[in-house]
Design a protein around this ligand. Structure first.
Ligand code: SF4
Length: 698
C-alpha cells in the first residue's frame, strides 16, 4: 500500500529532512521535507538520488561463517563465544570494535555500552576519528565540553562567513545553497574562502585565500594578534568569561606580516585585507571542516580559530561563532553516546573518575573501562602486531578509507577473528571477515541521527527488512545477552535504547553538563515514532527550543570559563626532493565515502566517472602529462593510478585526488593507500591533506 514517511538523509552532516514515498507498486521516490529546519525542502544531488540506491544488488541477506550461509543463532553464538574466550585468555583490551558515523545513535549507544561498560575496555573507535575528532578535541580544550555553539541560521544572519578547509558547495551542498541564497538576497554579506584549491565554493567568495597547506594556525594566530593590537578585542567578554588570553597573545604577538606571508604563502595585502574585514565585521561565522581537522595540527587549528572568536566575544549570538561542520550523517550522535575511544557516553569524560562512577552506576556496569582505548590508527596497529585478536567492524570500509590502507588490509587479513556487519556482501573489508552479519540499510532501519547544528532527527523505516538482515543495535544487544549481560541488553526496540540514552544524559545532570535530552527519558514507542527534529539540549520538563551556547559565558570547565589555547604557528612542509608534490585528498560532489551506495546510481556516477588528480598546468607540462592521461602517484606507503585533470584551480606543486574510489570501481584508485599513518598528537585524527608524493605519466 502506498505510504509517505518523513526521514533523514544518510549522507552528510547537514542532516536534511527527506520525504520518502512508496507507491502501490513498491517504487520509491524522495523529495526534500519542507518542514525540516536543516533544509526546508532542499536536497542535493546525492539526497535526491537516494531512491536509485535501494536495490538489493550485492546485498548481504543472511549471516555467513567462513563463506557459508549460517543462521543468526549460530553466528551470534560464535561471535559471543570468540569474544568471551579472547577476553578470558588475553584480557578485555585484546578485543575492539571499529564502528561508523553511518550508525544510528541507538546502534552506537549499544556498541559503546557493551564495550566500555561490560567488556571493560574502551577499544571502540569510529571512522568519525577521520572526520572531526580534532574539532572535538579543540572544543574540549576551549569550552570544557564538545559543544557546537551555533546553528545553521547563523550562516544566513552573518555579515561575514569565513569558510576554512571546507568545500561547502560539494561536501555540505544544502548548507551551501542556504548560504548562497542569503548572499544573493543580501549582496553586502561577505564570504571568504580559505583553501589551497580554488574549489567550487570559492566561486561565491569575495575573497579566496589560497594558503599553503597546513598554515591555518599561522593565519589565525596572525589574525588573533591583529585583533589584539588593533583594539578589536572585547575586554568585557574576555574578563568575565575566559582565561589564558595573555599567554595566548604572548605566543602570537611577535608574528609580523612578512613572516606570516612567508608561512602562509599569502601576500601581505591579502593578509591585511582579511584581518581588516574580520576586525570590522561584528557578525562573523567561521566554518571549518576536514581541511582543518585532517591534519597533524588539526586541534591547534581549531583552537586558533576559536581564540579569535573568544577574543572578540563573537560566539553564541545570532550570526556569530566558530562552527565545526561534521562530515558524516551521525558523527555528532556518535559523540553524544561516547563512540570515540577517549570519551564516555553522554559527553562524559572517561578520564574523570566522577564521570566514570556516574556511568557505572547508571548502567550497573560490572567492568567500566578505566582509561581511554585505542584510537583508529593505533587500533589497526594493535591489530597488526597481534595485541588485538578479535575485531568487530560495523558500517564502514577501513580497507579503503583508513590511511596506510594496504597495511590496514594486511592487519585485518591476519587478525584471528574478524566480524563485519554491513549491508553489502562484497566490500574490500568484508572479504576478510570470518563472520558476516547482514545489517539494515537506509529506508529499512529506525533510529535517530544528530546533524552539525546539534539537531536530532529520526531516520524512519519505510521498506521491509530484506532477507534476514537485522538492525546493528539488535546484533550488539544479542551478543551482549549471549555474553551473560541479559538484563543490561534487554532492549526490545530502538525507542527503548533512545529512552535509556536520554535518561543517562539527564542523570544527575544539574546543568553543569552540556548534553542533556532528559526530556525524552520516558519516551514511548508512539512518541518516538512521532519525534520531530529538535536541537539539544532539552532537559527534563522542558519543551524543545532553539538555543545557542556561550553568549553569556557558561562554559563547562570547572571555573565556568573558556580557555584560550596558545598554539604554535610553525608549518610542517612534508614535500621533499624525492616526493616533491603535496597530495590533498577529499570528496567530489556526487559520491559518498567508498561509493558502496552512491556507486549504484548511474546518474551520480555520470558526474565524475573515474578517479582523477587535479594538477596545475605548469606541473602537467613539467611531467609531460596531457589532460586525461593516466598518472602514477606514489608515496612511501603505496601508489595509485588516476587520470590527470589539468586545472588552474589547483595550486602549483600540489595535487588533489578524491578518496572515494576503491579497487572494485577503478584499478589502483584507492588513494588512502598513499596516506601515511601520521596523526594529530591531541586528537589522533589522521593527516590526509598534506601527503608528500611523487607523480609521473603512466
Ligand atoms: Fe543529504 Fe547532505 Fe545532500 Fe542534505 S546536503 S541531501 S544531508 S547529502
Amino acid at each position: 500500500m502506498a505510504c509517505e514517511v518523513k526521514t533523514t538523509c544518510p549522507y552528510c552532516g547537514v542532516g536534511c529532512g527527506v520525504i520518502a514515498r512508496v507507491d502501490d507498486e513498491g517504487s520509491v521516490s524522495v523529495k526534500g521535507d519542507p518542514e525540516h529546519p536543516a533544509n526546508f525542502g532542499r536536497l542535493c544531488s546525492k539526497g535526491s538520488a537516494l531512491a536509485e540506491t535501494l536495490d538489493l544488488d550485492g546485498r548481504l541477506l543472511h549471516p555467513e561463517i567462513g563463506g557459508r550461509r549460517a543462521g543468526w543463532d549460530e553466528a551470534l553464538n560464535l561471535v559471543a563465544r570468540r569474544f568471551a574466550e579472547t577476553i578470558a585468555e588475553h584480557g578485555p583490551d585484546s578485543v575492539a570494535f571499529y564502528v561508523s558515523g553511518q550508525l544510528l545513535t541507538e546502534d552506537y549507544y549499544v556498541a559503546n555500552k557493551l564495550m566500555k561498560g561490560f567488556i571493560g575496555s574502551a577499544n571502540i573507535d569510529t571512522n568519525s576519528r577521520l572526520c572531526m575528532s580534532s574539532s572535538v578535541a579543540g572544543h574540549r580544550r576551549a569550552f570544557g565540553s564538545d559543544t557546537v555553539p551555533g546553528a545553521y541560521e547563523d550562516l544566513e544572519l552573518a555579515d561575514l562567513v569565513v569558510l576554512t578547509g571546507s568545500n561547502l558547495a560539494w561536501c555540505h551542498p544544502v548548507l551551501y545553497q542556504r548560504l548562497a541564497a542569503a548572499k544573493a538576497s543580501r549582496p553586502e554579506m561577505k564570504v571568504v574562502v580559505i583553501d589551497p584549491r580554488r574549489t567550487m565554493t570559492a566561486d561565491i567568495a569575495d575573497m579566496h585565500l589560497a594558503l599553503a597547506p597546513d598554515s591555518d594556525v599561522a593565519l589565525f594566530n596572525g589574525l588573533f594578534a591583529h585583533l589584539a593590537v588593533s583594539g578589536a578585542v572585547d575586554q568585557n567578554y574576555i574578563s568575565a568569561h575566559t582565561r589564558g588570553f595573555a599567554e595566548a597573545f604572548a605566543a602570537v604577538s611577535a608574528l609580523d606580516l612578512a613572516e606570516l606571508s612567508a608561512l602562509t604563502g599569502l601576500s601581505q595585502a591579502q593578509l591585511r585585507d582579511f584581518f581588516r574585514l574580520f576586525e570590522t565585521t561584528e557578525k562573523v561565522v567561521t566554518c571549518y571542516s576536514q581541511g582543518v581537522n585532517q591534519s597533524a595540527s588539526g586541534t591547534d587549528k581549531v583552537n586558533a580559530i576559536i581564540n579569535c572568536h573568544l577574543a572578540t566575544g563573537r560566539i553564541g549570538r545570532p550570526g556569530m561563532g566558530p562552527f565545526s561542520l561534521t562530515g558524516q550523517p551521525n558523527a555528532m550522535g556518535g559523540r553524544e553516546v561516547g563512540g570515540l575511544a577517549n570519551m564516555l557516553a553522554a559527553h562524559l569524560d572517561i578520564e574523570k573518575s566522577v564521570h566514570r562512577d556516574l556511568v557505572r552506576r547508571f548502567w550497573g556496569a560490572p567492568a567500566l573501562a578505566g582509561k581511554p582505548g585505542l584510537k583508529a590508527v593505533d587500533m589497526f596497529r594493535a591489530v597488526a602486531d597481534g595485541r588485538i585478536k578479535a575485531l568487530w567492524i560495523m558500517a564502514t570500509n577501513p580497507v579503503v578509507s583508513m590511511p596506510d590502507a594496504d597495511a590496514v588490509e594486511a592487519a585485518i587479513r591476519a587478525c584471528p577473528f574478524v566480524v563485519v556487519s554491513d549491508i553489502l556482501r562484497e566490500t574490500d573489508t568484508a572479504r576478510h571477515a570470518h563472520v558476516l552479519l547482514p545489517s539494515l540499510g537506509w529506508g529499512e532501519k529506525d533510529g535517530t541521527v544528530t546533524n552539525s547544528e546539534r539537531r536530532i532527527s529520526r531516520q524512519r523505516a519505510f521498506l521491509d527488512a530484506p532477507g534476514e538482515a537485522r538492525p546493528d543495535w539488535w546484533q550488539l544487544a544479542e551478543v551482549g545477552r549471549r555474553m551473560g549481560f541479559s538484563q543490561a541488553f534487554a532492549h526490545a526496540s530502538p525507542a527503548e535504547v533512545f529512552a535509556e540514552h536520554a535518561a543517562l544524559s539527564g542523570f544527575e545532570n544539574d546543568g553543569r553538563r552540556d548534553f542533556d535530552i532528559g526530556a525524552h527519558a520516558a519516551i514511548d514507542k508512539a512518541a518516538y515514532d512521532d519525534l520531530k527534529p529538535f536541537q539539544w539540549p532539552q532537559p527534563r520538563g522542558t519543551q524543545p527550543r532553539e538555543r545557542r551556547f556561550f553568549a553569556e559565558g557558561g562554559f563547562y570547565h570547572a571555573d565556568g570559563r573558556a580557555s584560550f589555547v596558545a598554539v604554535d604557528a610553525s608549518v610542517s612542509r612534508r614535500a621533499n626532493d624525492t616526493y616533491p608534490y603535496t597530495l590533498n585528498t577529499g570528496r567530489v560532489r556526487d559520491h559518498w565515502h567508498t561509493m558502496t551506495r552512491t556507486g549504484k546510481s548511474a546518474r551520480l556516477s555520470a558526474h565524475i566517472a573515474e578517479p582523477f588528480a587535479e594538477i596545475h598546468p605548469r606541473d602537467a607540462e613539467k611531467l609531460a602529462v596531457a589532460d586525461a592521461d593516466l598518472m602514477r602517484i606514489e608515496s612511501p606507503y603505496g601508489r595509485a593510478i588516476v587520470r590527470a585533470l589539468i586545472t588552474e584551480r589547483q595550486a602549483e606543486g600540489s595535487l588533489f585526488v578524491p578518496m572515494h574510489w576503491n579497487d572494485q570501481f577503478a584499478s589502483k584508485g584507492r588513494i588512502d593507500a598513499l596516506v601515511p599513518p601520521v596523526t594529530d598528537p591531541v586528537s589522533g585524527q589522521p593527516a590526509s591533506k598534506n601527503v608528500a608524493v611523487k607523480a609521473t605519466r603512466f
